[in-house]
Design a binder for this molecule. Structure first.
Ligand code: FE2
Length: 433
């Protein structure tokens, strides 16, 4: 007796319709028609069944704190950091846990089941660390939550930040973080990259730096990070997050840099929602976009995964744990509008995020984990376009979420009242880009 059969699903690679059989926490068979009994059947006819969404860059210690103790009036990164500094002394573990758990509810409802969250370790006591370690434990049946020890105020700029970072790692935080562009000088920033890479290597931990989240074309810490990654042989254990300054680099320098990033094997995580709003704030017009060079990084073979970064916090007042919204913004902000690139945008918030986080292969396959999202869309592009309803979310073979589909409700003669409003195929298989 099977636990679940998902009937007539379409997969992100275009295969389908296929039945998917689930027994306990594994996918045991995928076939055009499975004749067997199951405790539960889910009709996925004309529905996309995908691996769950992955957010490789988030700040769960700050989430849902919007308005505490005041709003970010300028909308800049630097005021956000200052505002967070005002809020930090007021934080309690209980309040951080409560907000984080509320966010996790939202995340699960959106099929977002793997999250890498930075947690500020600049100042003691480590309230955020204590809180998110507890959250990680509580949500572990539902969400793979990785924590990054993040010295928000600078490893060397904030007194005792390195000591606090090491304490956080000792307490069980998974990953080494940093923010070289916020150190006092370029030289200090580069020195922080070297130090953090060595801490990661010594402890056999992953490294994920906020790197060059700036419009300054001379902010070039990703170069040092690529070099240290290669020197220490850290490869895919390393992630450069944001890397927005790359949009302002001289083209010649970028053409030298990108192969070094590819050679290092590191991941790059742009955050389109936040950076399209944070970057270019000091520009008049023309105003620069806030995204790194995604097509060029992809072409060089770098694993690029979009992250969300923030939801209702000192830096970003919107956000909804919706990685399709993130992919949608990425398509616009990069921009990348070919069918191939939009299809890739979906992959960037599923498989590529899993690669960046070092998670097991999440592909829907026989023998694979019974973790999936059933979307009200026929294919990945339609999912991105519609920010498709999550009809069902399954984790470890258990249905966590069921949502009714959005259906047309016009009551007109001779016309069904159950049309799927998402369902329009393009007139041409390859529209102009
Ligand atoms: Fe961030």
């Amino acid at each position: 007796m099977l636990d679940i059969i998902v009937r007539q699903a379409r997969l992100p690679d275009g295969r389908g319709p296929l039945d998917i059989a689930i027994k306990e926490d594994r996918i045991v068979e995928i076939a055009p028609r499975i004749v067997a009994e199951a405790h539960q059947e889910i009709d996925a006819t004309d529905r996309l069944v995908s691996p769950p969404f992955v957010d490789p860059h988030f700040h769960m210690d700050a989430t849902l704190s919007l308005g505490l103790p005041r709003m970010n009036a300028s909308g800049t990164l630097l005021e956000g950091i200052a505002l967070w500094g005002e809020l930090k002394p007021l934080l309690t573990p209980e309040a951080v846990i409560e907000r984080a758990l509320r966010y996790c509810d939202l995340a699960v409802s959106q099929g977002l089941l793997s999250i890498r969250s930075h947690v500020d370790v600049s100042t003691a006591p480590l309230v955020g660390v204590e809180a998110l370690l507890e959250v990680r434990k509580q949500v572990s049946p539902y969400i793979d939550l990785q924590l990054v020890a993040f010295p928000q105020d600078g490893l060397f700029r904030a007194e005792k930040a390195e000591k606090n970072l090491l304490s956080a790692l000792d307490m069980g935080v998974d990953i080494v973080g940093g923010i070289p562009h916020f150190e006092r000088t370029m030289a200090e920033g580069a020195r922080s990259v070297v130090r953090l890479a060595e801490i990661a290597a010594d402890r056999s931990l992953k490294l994920d730096l906020h790197c060059d989240e700036s419009d300054d074309p001379m902010s070039r810490h990703v170069e040092t990070l690529a070099h240290e990654t290669t020197r220490l042989g850290l490869g895919g254990q390393v992630t450069a997050s944001h890397v927005t300054a790359m949009h302002s680099y001289d083209n010649y320098y970028a053409s030298k840099l990108i192969p070094l990033i590819a050679e290092s094997g590191m991941n790059v995580v742009p955050n389109p929602l936040i950076n399209i709003t944070l970057q270019g704030r000091s520009d008049t017009y023309p105003r620069r976009r806030g995204l790194t060079r995604v097509p060029e990084l992809r072409a060089a073979g770098v694993n690029v995964a979009f992250g969300q970064d923030c939801t209702m916090d000192p830096w970003y007042s919107l956000g909804s744990a919706d990685m399709l919204e993130v992919a949608h913004m990425g398509v616009h902000a990069v921009p990348m509008t070919s069918r191939e690139a939009m299809d890739w945008a979906f992959t960037s918030v599923t498989q590529n995020g899993a690669v960046a986080m070092g998670l097991p292969d999440p592909t829907i396959r026989e023998g694979g984990p019974a973790n999936m999202v059933i979307l009200q869309a026929q294919n990945p592009i339609e999912a991105v376009r519609m920010k498709a309803t999550r009809l069902a979310v399954i984790k470890h073979g258990k249905v966590l979420v069921r949502t009714a589909p959005r259906l047309a409700a016009l009551d007109l003669p001779n016309r069904p009242a159950t049309l799927d409003p998402a369902n329009y195929a393009p007139a041409s298989p390859e529209p102009k880009t």
